[in-house]
Design a protein around this ligand. Structure first.
Ligand code: ZN
Length: 308
């Protein structure tokens, strides 16, 4: 059962040094979601061999251009490709106007239903929920309203023990997976513990971009498997980070450490850094399990071997 993040763009503000502006693709059990959609996202999706028609929902953190200027192009291409399936876009309140004015002036009448949802800038608010997934908001600190997203898998059912499967009639399997004991036709009760093993843990992914150092996020990020946190600068430019309401790699690592996350993924690198080595080194010194997002690379959320 796949749950992974492909970082399609890892740069900040200006596309430079082979880095594209921010966009990420989430694959959760073969359902595809896009998180932010900087310029060039379509091209990045093509390079990652992703069929854009499969994207169900798009989550936009804020309306700085490097996080959403690829959105209209993507919507327009979906239309040209003949998409009929509905598309949901979640983003700041102003996003609706941005999309609608462009559709209006170009006299584009989309073939597919486009649902635009305003995301509340309120930590813990529900952004989207279904039987597999729960997405909640993370109120970030930025120059304009910016909201991160916490993606949590719904709990998995218990796993049937291979050697006992034959004993369980088909009609009873769902109940047994849900934890019930098995009542056999002859009246015998087989305790659930003899039939199933504990389910794999539910995984979680947190997306925090863009933000100044925001320690109030720590309780909300407690124990997430993978935390993506922007790291625009190194500590040497802490003043610049504060001024522009971004974070340093050290600050990102401090959040990761305090929240006890599984892994930290750094991104949104300023174009001034030719190499990301110094940013990673700074984070690793505080939180060893830190790594840099790379263009077009895929990172698993949690331990794939537990969810095989
Ligand atoms: Zn920004």
């Amino acid at each position: 059962m796949r749950f992974e993040v492909t970082t399609l763009g890892t740069g900040a503000a200006l596309p430079a040094r082979g880095r594209f502006p921010t966009a990420q693709l989430l694959n959760m059990q073969e359902r595809l979601f896009l998180v932010d959609c900087g310029e060039g996202t379509q091209e990045r999706l093509r390079m990652a061999q992703v069929n854009m028609g499969r994207i169900e929902r798009i989550f936009i953190s804020h309306l700085h251009g490097d996080h959403y200027l690829g959105l209209m192009g993507l919507i327009s291409s979906m239309h040209l490709q003949g998409r009929l399936k509905e598309l949901h876009v979640h983003g700041p309140a102003g996003l609706r106007e941005v999309i609608e004015v462009q559709l209006r002036v170009s006299q584009t009448y989309l073939r597919f239903p486009l649902h635009i949802h305003a995301v509340p800038h309120l930590s813990g608010a529900l952004v989207h929920g279904d039987d597999q997934l729960r997405v909640t908001a993370l109120a970030l600190r930025h120059r304009i309203e910016c909201t991160g997203f916490l993606f949590r898998e719904a709990g998995h059912p218990r796993r049937l023990l291979k050697e006992r499967v034959a004993l369980i009639p088909h009609y009873a399997r769902k109940a047994v997976k849900a934890g019930e004991d098995l009542l056999l036709p002859d009246g015998t009760v087989v305790p659930n513990a003899e039939l199933t093993a504990a389910p794999p843990p539910a995984r979680s992914y947190a997306y925090c971009s863009d933000t100044a150092f925001a320690p109030e996020l720590v309780p909300l990020l407690q124990g997430v498997d993978l935390l993506y946190h922007e790291a625009t600068f190194t500590q040497a430019l802490a003043g610049r980070a504060k001024e522009t309401m971004h974070s340093t790699a050290g600050q990102a690592a401090t959040i990761a450490k305090q929240a006890g996350v599984g892994q930290l993924l750094l991104g949104h690198f300023s174009s001034r850094y030719k190499e990301v080595g110094p940013l990673v080194a700074e984070a690793v010194a505080i939180f060893p399990n830190s790594m840099a997002a790379q263009e077009g690379c895929t990172f698993p959320v949690g331990s794939p071997e537990l969810h095989a």
